[in-house]
Write a protein that binds this ligand. Sequence first.
Ligand code: 8YV
Length: 312
Amino acid sequence: MKPRLLQHGRLPEKTEAQLAEQFDVHPFWAETDPAGYLAKHGGEFVAMTTRAAIGVDAAMLAALPNLRVISSFGVGTDKLDLETARARGIAVGYTPDVLNDCVADTAFALLMDAARQVSAADRFVRRGEWPKGPYPLTTRVSGKRLGIVGMGRIGRVIARRSIGFDMEVRYFGRKPQDGVDYGFEPSLEALASWADFLMVATSGGPSTRHLISASVLEALGPQGYLINIARGTVVDEAALVSALTDKRIAGAGLDVFEREPHVPEALFALDNVVLLPHVASGTHETRAAMADLVFDNLQSFFATGSVLKSAV
Ligand code: 8YV
């Protein structure tokens, strides 16, 4: 008998085929009566997969009384009820590290676009406006000051990318990080005031909700740029929209939003913000590596009792 696995959200085709070979998979994402199905069959499942964007909450875990392992596609754990998983001894696998490079690359793509207005200048050309005159001057990146909010796995790779731009780096977080050669700033407002570019690379969830507040944006100021490749919930989005509209910050580059896939339409007409649809890890190479790790976490758990990359 193959162990029963509840698939919560689609996964790459190769991964779904791998799971089908090793597990008795139920495609929960296709379920027309999710609550009814779990009430009737929830006790049959010992394993489940999910995605960082979907997660698994306390109510769902309560409907899975025999669950032993969760394998999540993504590094974000803000939608996973880790406290309940820990209390019940449920292993939780996720996919850190394999996406660091592509997320850090996207962070600099957004930073460069926000400062040099690459996308806005492209639209300028396509609208046939160049013959009427030159595109306005933009902002230099090289040699500027980069403030990183969250010096974790991805924040450290972003800091390394800054070397190529001769940037000075300081960072903010709960505490100074060992083995990090950048200046630690215990005050987020002070970091925002110092930085030319404020890079949000911290985890999502209740502890960081609206960490980038109206007062932080005010400290960043009319010469400062905000880049967010973390979670939309980390930024007070209404305050950001207002600051961009009123040009109380110079610009922003955003890959994540508070209510994805819905983006405040007030941003659509602005040339001082770059909008991406949460694609930072969205390359063939990285998504394949994440998918492999989702499967490998499960294989490891059923072979050894432990996942390869544990979130708990
Ligand atoms: C995921 C992400 O690919 O890894 C994360 O936490 O935000 C993305 O890289 C996406 O959320 C998967 O659903």
